[in-house]
Every structure is written in C-alpha cells, then in structure tokens.
Design a protein around this ligand. Structure first.
Ligand code: PMP
Ligand code: GLN
Length: 386
C-alpha cells in the first residue's frame, strides 16, 4: 500500500462541476468580452455605506458579534419588513443574519430536511438549491414553471406534494426569467399548502427590483405562508455589494430556533463591521425605495437596444436579468451559443439550460443589466452586429 497516496473518494455531488457563472466569467475575462453573464453590478456602492462600515471598524467593532447577528441590524431588518409588508417579526427570536442568501438557503435546508424527505423546486431554478437538498440527504422534486411564460403551475405543484414533501422553494422576483409572482399567485400557493405540513423557503433576494409599479409580494404578507416560511434576502443585491455576502432569514421562532442550531456550526457569525455599517445605512429607506426606478431605467435602456437586434425579448418584470430567445440569431444550442457570443462577438451571457437538471434547451439566454450605461451601450454595439 502506498501511504502517500490520497485516498479515493466517492463524490457526494456527482452531477456538480464548476458553476456556469464561473465558467462564463472566466471565458469573458480571457476573451476581453463585456460580461453580462454572472449577476453582479460593475458600478460601486454608495460611498456612505463604505463610510458606515469604515466607521464601525474604526470604533473597534471588529470582534465576534452575537451568533444571530448584531441586534441593531436585526432590529433594522424587522422594522423594514413591518413597514413594507405589515408583519412584525421579533428581532431577537425570528431574524438571523447570514453570510449571504446562499448560506441562508443551505442552512434552512440542512435544518429541516431529513434523509429521504422530498423538497419541491420550480425549474428553472438557482443552481444551489438542488445540490443543497442532496447534501441534506433529501430528494429534489423538480416541477417546471410553465414553458414560455415561466408562470407557476399550481396544479402541477399540488400534484407533486406527497406525504414525504418537507418543503418547497420559491423565488420571486425570479432568477433567471425575471418574472414576478402576483398576489394571486401567492394566495394560490397559500391555498395549496394550507392542508399540508410543507415548509416554504422563499428566496426573495431581488425583492427591491420589481418594475412598472408592480409590488413585491413577500411571503411575509400572507399569514398562512409566513407561518411556515423561511424568508431569505441578501444585502448584496439591494445595496450593490454582492461581494460582501451578508443576508438574512426571517422565520417564526420555532423555525428560527432550528435554523440557528445549524447556523452556529456552519458559520457561527457574520462579519461584524459590515453588519454595523448596514444597520446604520438602513436608517434611510431611500436607497432601497429608489432601487426599482434605478433598475427600471437600465432595463428600458437595455431592452430598447435589444429591440434593434434579432433577439426576441422575453418579459422583464423584475430582477436585473433580461432573457432573450436566440432562435432567429443562431442555430446553436444555448451553451454553445453563449460560448460563441463571448468569444466571437465579445458579450457574455448565461444559458437558461444551466438552471435545469436535465439541461433543457429552449433557445433562451440571460443577460445581466446591472451595469454602467456605458457597459450596456458597449454590449449593445457588439450585439447590433448580429
Ligand atoms: N438566490 C438567488 C436567486 C440568486 O440569484 C442569488 C445570487 N447569486 C442568491 C440566492 C445568492 O445570494 P448571495 O450572494 O447573497 O449569497
Ligand atoms: N446570482 C448570480 C447569478 O445568477 C451569481 C451567482 C454566482 O456567481 N454563484 O448570476
């Protein structure tokens, strides 16, 4: 026996490789392409937010914070949810600060999913959900959103519920499609879940990017949903700081207690000065109240440019993503098309197939418009060649 040989492993995630976001960002950098693939802003956050974090560091707020998050931030979050959605969460027992939404979601799943439990995901869905369920020993049950419109199909959702269903994960505003659930959608979900013990993980990271006067329908607004929900959000999206990785979970006390049991052993705590800085910055609601208008203008600019190409635009009700159908532009499949577009035209995009377990290819790709106007114009210039 060779004692210096690394023992062979059986992978826990056989289907997982490097995420498409990393693949496309790497290719975009290599080809010097305009990167409209991975979702992140290419502009800076408000300098006042940086000042607030710097101030916290200078004041010496640099040691471990409480496991659940600093009280001022939890209180600011509870106050915001109450003001926007009319539900009062207890900051001490029902709000937990997390290392971004990604950690919030895996922690919620690890806290509630037992081996053999089923968890419903609505495809296309964000790429961390299914591996998270598998790591918990659960079985993902994939229910498609309606092809073409990406609206939820409640008959299919209801039909997927079995005695083994532990939870369902929803995401509105929706990455990648940009659709937004209406109050009627949330009421239908509430009705479908009412006779069950199914928990809800509501991924609301794009809560402040909803356009054309529509309103974000948080699960917090629906008592029958809130009572069973982990509501997840992320400061990264709202304040243009995706690299800071701070988010939160709001959930009833009994769910929060289980959540915190896992949280304390997978991160324990989250960056102290950033939490204090965010709490101070949240005192002014204007930055998040103005976000819909800020992104709606960019969406309109980007859509107007795309209208002049052969891409067929899908609706863009929310998020900072715009999907287009490529059928008139190319015969390539989505992934090949994105690689070609990055290498030959100099604009990176993400194939929708990356959000499906079976690689379903509907000739649709996603662009991110959280970019400076000049970046969007440079991309549109290149896309005009198509
Ligand atoms: N959920 C969705 C739908 C997302 O788009 C993202 C951002 N990539 C996340 C969760 C993760 O957010 P965070 O960066 O705060 O972990
Ligand atoms: N949420 C972003 C997206 O959908 C980035 C995700 C990531 O890099 N993991 O593009």
């Amino acid at each position: 026996m060779n004692t210096q040989q690394t023992p062979a492993l059986q992978t826990k995630l056989p289907a997982v490789g490097t995420t498409i976001f990393t693949v496309m960002s790497t290719l975009a950098a290599e080809k010097n392409a305009v990167n409209l693939g991975q979702g992140f802003p290419d502009f800076n956050c408000d300098p006042q937010l940086v000042d607030a974090v710097t101030e916290a560091m200078k004041q010496g707020l640099n040691q471990y914070p409480p496991m659940t998050g600093v009280p001022v931030l939890r209180e600011a979050i509870a106050k915001k949810i109450a003001a926007l959605h009319g539900r009062q969460y207890n900051a001490a027992t029902e709000i937990t600060v997390t290392a971004g939404a990604t950690q919030a979601i895996i922690t919620a799943i690890l806290a509630v999913v037992h081996a053999g439990d089923e968890v419903i995901v609505l495809e296309p869905c964000y790429d961390s959900y299914v591996p998270n369920i598998e790591l918990a020993g659960g079985a993902p049950v994939r229910v498609p959103l309606t092809p073409g419109t990406f609206r939820p199909d409640f008959d299919r959702i209801a039909a997927a519920i079995t005695p083994k269903t532990r939870a369902i994960i929803i995401n509105s505003p929706h990455n990648p499609s940009g659709t937004v659930w209406t109050a009627e959608d949330m009421l239908r979900l509430q009705e479908v879940l009412a006779p069950t013990n199914v928990l809800l993980i509501s991924d609301e990271v794009y809560e402040h990017m909803v356009f054309d006067g529509q309103q974000h329908q948080s699960a917090a607004r629906f008592p029958g949903l809130a009572a069973r929900a982990f509501i997840v959000s992320s400061f990264g999206k709202t304040y243009h700081v995706t690299g800071w990785k701070v988010g939160y979970v709001a959930a009833p006390a009994s769910l929060t207690a289980e959540f915190r049991k896992v949280h304390q052993f997978n991160v324990f705590t989250v960056n102290t000065p950033v939490q204090h800085g965010l709490a101070a910055y949240m005192a002014d609601p204007q930055p998040y109240l103005q976000l819909p208008a800020f992104y709606q203008r960019k969406r309109d600019l980007f859509r107007a440019g795309l209208e002049r190409t052969k891409f067929k635009l899908l609706p863009g009700e929310g998020t900072y993503f715009q999907c287009v159908n490529i059928a008139e532009v190319s015969d390539l499949g989505e992934t090949e098309f994105c690689k070609w577009l990055t290498s030959e035209i100099g604009v990176a995009a993400i194939p929708l197939s990356a959000f499906y377990g079976n690689g379903f290819d509907q000739r649709v790709v996603r662009f991110c418009f959280a970019k400076k106007d000049e970046t969007l114009m440079a991309a549109l210039d290149r896309l005009a060649k198509l």
